[in-house]
Design a protein around this ligand. Structure first.
Ligand SMILES: C[S@@+](CC[C@H](N)C(=O)[O-])C[C@H]1O[C@@H](n2cnc3c(N)ncnc32)[C@H](O)[C@@H]1O
Length: 220
């Protein structure tokens, strides 16, 4: 991974004007897309994790799983599930260092939809540096502009998004507010990097942002 990376450059300097309308629409409809990446081994691993009875932590967009390994140490009583669609990134993880985490190759949005349909509730959900999709026309590809956002909310838990684009963190917070939550958006304090992208961005001097929220579900 290159040591220096460019800051996000976008024509969009503030939250997207269509954000509120789009999020409202997604919250009012159930996402119906077939779950293509939930192969039998992925479903088996998810089912085992649910049946294991430990609280679940999700590390969505986990890349190589560097963060998943650290999160498993932070949450020793939980099962931590790292999900990424890239087999080459996941293959770079190496040997698993603990037995309380697993890495799955799948689309995160499909995993959220499936877990939500099982009634799963997470202890915590980390979204570390999802692809920013910085063009204004790419709003629907961002986590909070995607129809899968409604499933993510149904999973509950302590939500933490980190990114290197302030507009993205603000939009994510606004989308959570549309859902009736009370998010907090702030600069990420200095500290040991939790993920490889975080390390790269820190080394490149990028300001980093985070959005925190406690997601309570209707049945809690
Ligand atoms: C910028 S990288 C961040 C990786 C890691 N979280 C980190 O901070 O080092 C974004 C990751 O998201 C993955 N990704 C993008 N869209 C995805 C999706 N819909 N489902 C699963 N993984 C996805 C990419 O393969 C990539 O590994």
């Amino acid at each position: 991974m290159q040591a220096n990376s460019r800051r996000i450059s976008s024509q969009q300097q503030r939250p997207h004007p269509d954000l509120h309308r789009l999020v409202t629409r997604h919250l009012d409809t159930r996402w119906q897309r077939p779950l293509h990446t939930l192969t039998p081994p992925v479903l088996e691993a998810l089912s085992d994790a649910l049946a294991g009875g430990r609280p679940l932590v999700l590390d969505s967009f986990c890349g190589t799983g560097h963060s998943t390994r650290i999160l498993a140490q932070w949450h020793p009583d939980c099962t931590v599930i790292g999900v990424d669609k890239s087999s080459s990134r996941l293959a770079r993880h190496g040997e698993r260092s603990d037995d309380n985490y697993l890495l799955l190759r799948a689309q995160c949005e499909e995993v959220w939809a499936w877990l939500a349909a099982q009634g799963c509730r997470l202890q915590a959900h980390y979204l570390l540096y999802p692809n920013p999709w910085p063009k204004p026309a790419q709003l629907q590809r961002r986590v909070h502009g995607h129809p899968g956002f409604a499933s993510l909310l149904r999973l509950g838990g302590r939500l933490e998004l980190r990114c290197n684009w302030q507009v993205y963190a603000e939009e994510f917070g606004l989308a959570l507010a549309v859902a009736g939550l009370l998010p907090a958006v702030s600069r990420l304090p200095e500290g040991d990097p939790l993920s490889l992208f975080e390390r790269k961005y820190r080394n490149s001097g990028h300001p980093l942002w985070r959005c925190l929220a406690q997601v309570t579900c209707a049945d809690e």
